[in-house]
Design a protein around this ligand. Structure first.
Ligand SMILES: [Zn+2]
Length: 286
């Protein structure tokens, strides 16, 4: 999955530091990121502070392999050898390791959050970056805002030897699973049951947690669950959200073109007949 970068590790601890000449600079414009793709090494390469001709205002993002990554604000100049890559385009490229794409998605998450919080939502004053932690602070009314992370679930609904596959009506065109955002006042398991009912009209049982995944381009934390259809397995698809929803036998499952997503890992797990173990867990006592 995208976050699987071992033996590298993304360290998200915040420090109020300034970029050095060697710091990695993440520069976004609209939906593009300044980068270059090294076809030989199959890796994304980002500019360094020393590549900039003029001074750049920047905030520290994270560290990977002892390299500091910064988010650059407000520059527009092209840098020789680099161009803007769309965030979807970045997903289509081939990589030997996931470090570059995971850094890109994580930086994108914070870029969207910083740019959406330039003004205070409570009083409208211009905000400032907090010096002590990853937050923006309103100097006028004291409101502090932390990075927004949206919880959402990915759901593998099983029916014997079949898995429920979907395709979204817009956006990503490959096979997917039922998915949706957690609403206020509900548990993740309740989100699973509600989303399956809303999108495909099915009741489910034996809801079992699998794994989670940070998905920065949607500011999400995804929680993957497997569950079994309960009773009638007739699909009643919500055609406002999906263009396809069918029971697919494990041998007929077509995976996504790369293994970045939790969705794809879950489809692969079912295809390889490794899901049954999750249903053998005892129900936790209330
Ligand atoms: Zn304020």
């Amino acid at each position: 999955m995208i976050q699987d970068i071992a033996p590298s590790r993304l360290i998200n601890h915040f420090e109020n530091k300034k970029p050095s000449a060697e710091s990695v600079m993440m520069c976004f414009r609209e939906n593009g990121l300044l980068a270059s793709y090294d076809g030989e090494k199959r890796a994304l390469v980002f500019p360094r502070m020393r590549d900039f001709q003029q001074s750049v205002s920047a905030v520290f993002l994270f560290t990977i392999d002892r390299e500091d990554y910064f988010l650059a604000f407000g520059h527009a100049d092209a840098i020789h050898g680099y161009s803007y890559y769309g965030i979807r385009e970045i997903r289509e490229l081939k990589y030997d390791r996931n470090v570059g794409i995971f850094a890109a998605y994580s930086a994108y998450h914070l870029w969207k959050w910083y740019t959406a919080n330039r003004y205070c939502g409570a009083c409208g004053a211009k905000t400032a970056h907090d010096a002590a932690e990853r937050a923006v602070l309103c100097p006028s009314c004291g409101t502090k805002v932390y990075p927004r992370i949206n919880p959402a679930v990915i759901i593998g609904v099983t029916n014997g030897d079949q898995l429920l596959l979907t395709k979204y009506k817009t956006g990503f065109s490959h096979n997917a699973l039922v998915a949706g955002f957690t609403e206020f006042g509900e548990t993740l398991e309740e989100t699973v049951a509600r989303e399956v009912m809303e999108e495909v009209g099915l009741r489910v049982k034996h809801i079992r947690y699998y794994k989670s995944q940070p998905w920065g381009i949607a500011a999400d934390i995804l929680a993957g669950f497997f569950c079994q259809v309960d009773g009638d397995d007739t699909i009643r698809m919500d055609s406002g959200e999906l263009k396809y929803a069918e029971w697919v036998r494990r041998e007929d499952i077509i995976l996504q073109p790369n293994n970045f997503s939790l969705t794809n890992e879950m489809m692969k797990l079912f295809k390889e007949n490794k899901v049954k173990q999750f249903y053998l867990q005892e129900e936790m006592p209330c």
